[in-house]
Design a protein. Structure first.
Length: 418
């Protein structure tokens, strides 16, 4: 018999260390106590079965209280549709009045993830002792808190517990709602809405408390609320108060954000003026190369300004210094227009043509236009357009085509004086 090899039990997947701990005396005592508690609760539930009619009446009566009705429903927007459902407090109230239910959550494990951040394994549950139906949800909570600038790792046990409790409360609600019939939950939500409509506080004091709550906790202003309800806050209706309280519960339970419900406040004109010329200049669009070339062409075409007259001599008794009158300037000889102007060269159109070629990514057309710059006789204009062509060509990221050297321009021939 000693020569026979014993294969491993396929159901024995736990390591040897875990089996040794489970077989300890302390572990057996804990298991025995928990089993006895569950069996005692099950026996009591079987001995005193639930009266569904009375339990439903207790749930309905519970939601006639205004304090519970205000916290009974959450609301958030998904795909342009408002989603309304029972809140965590409403699920707990239903479980208390339904009876024979045990619900909660516990941390069943903790380890360190591959990125060095701790991870807790959480189990949320709800057990119906009368029907022996058990709803369990297991999930992982990463010890990490997200912020607008990234996030940071949680090290304090209090912060870790609050994060796990916040995540577990939603799963616990789902487990409770899975145990109680859906029509009972719908009846409870209808009763909560009816209570809010009948007892909605539309007095000035109630409206002020509502505004202070939104402003103090979520930074929502009075103007944003008035845009939401499409009327002045003084003329708010009870149904709209109910809707705002649902939104408050959704924001408090972190089911949504203020941006999901309220439009952002537009910046007034006075605030824009207070920013000064620096803000306007920063918001202005940067000029393109074609705009710079056009501005230079307009500056060159502007006629020169007339010289300012000489200031008169001060003092009545002093004689102004007599200076000999300057000889009138000789009339300037009319200059012939440059050759490119006589041939109908349009610098603005040429600059726009290069800009369009660069926007389309047409390097061949841009190189061909660059070769035509050799025919521009005006040095300043040719330099401006050449600089524009070089910047546009560099943005394309392709090597430019080799251009042949420009032919020398022959000097103008002068006619000898007779």
């Amino acid at each position: 018999m000693s020569d026979i090899e014993v294969v491993q039990n396929p159901f024995d997947t736990a390591p040897a260390g875990a089996r040794a701990v489970a077989d300890g005396a302390g572990a057996r005592a804990v298991q025995t106590r928990e089993s006895a508690e569950v069996m005692a609760l099950a026996m009591m539930a079987k001995r005193f079965p639930r009266d569904v009619l009375r339990a439903t009446d207790r749930i309905r009566n519970a939601f006639t209280r205004q304090t519970l009705a205000e916290k009974a429903q959450y609301q958030y927007s998904r795909g342009g549709t408002d989603v309304v459902g029972p809140s965590i407090r409403a699920a707990e109230a239903c479980a208390q009045q339904w009876g024979a239910l045990s619900s909660g959550w516990r941390e069943i494990g903790r380890h360190v993830g591959p990125d060095g951040v701790g991870v807790s394994e959480i189990e949320a549950f709800c057990l119906d002792h009368e029907s022996n139906n058990r709803e369990v949800i297991q999930f992982f909570v990463r010890h990490w808190r997200d912020t607008k600038h990234g996030g940071y790792r949680l090290k304090d046990e209090r912060d870790i517990y609050e994060l796990c409790a916040n995540q577990a409360a939603r799963r616990k609600r789902a487990c409770i709602l899975a145990q109680i019939p859906g029509d009972v939950i719908e009846m409870a939500m209808e009763q909560a809405s009816a209570t809010l409509r009948a007892k909605a506080d539309t007095s000035p004091e109630g409206i002020k408390r509502l505004l202070d709550t939104f402003v103090g906790e979520f930074g929502v202003t009075k103007e944003q609320i008035e845009r939401r309800i499409q009327r002045r806050i003084d003329s708010i209706q009870p149904a709209q108060v109910v809707g705002l309280k649902r939104i408050y519960v959704s924001l408090r339970d972190e089911m949504s954000t203020p941006a999901d419900w309220f439009e952002p406040v537009e910046v007034s004109l006075a605030a824009n003026d207070a920013q000064g010329e620096g803000g306007a200049g920063a918001a202005a669009q940067a000029p393109t190369a074609a705009d710079k070339a056009k501005a230079m062409l307009r500056e060159r075409a502007r006629p020169p300004a007339a010289p300012a007259p000489a200031p008169a001599a001060e003092g009545e008794g002093q004689e102004a210094a007599v200076t000999p009158a300057a000889a009138p300037p000789a009339p300037a000889r009319a200059m012939a227009p440059p050759p490119q102007a006589r041939r109908g060269f349009d610098a603005d159109a040429f600059a726009e043509q290069m800009q369009r070629a660069a926007d389309k990514g047409d390097a061949e057309t841009l190189d061909a236009l660059g070769e035509q710059l050799r025919d521009v006789l005006d040095d300043d204009l040719r330099a401006t357009l050449t600089d524009m062509h070089a910047r546009l060509r560099a943005d394309l990221g392709q090597p430019p085509r080799q251009q042949p050297p420009a032919a020398p321009v022959p000097p103008p021939r002068r006619r000898a004086a007779p």
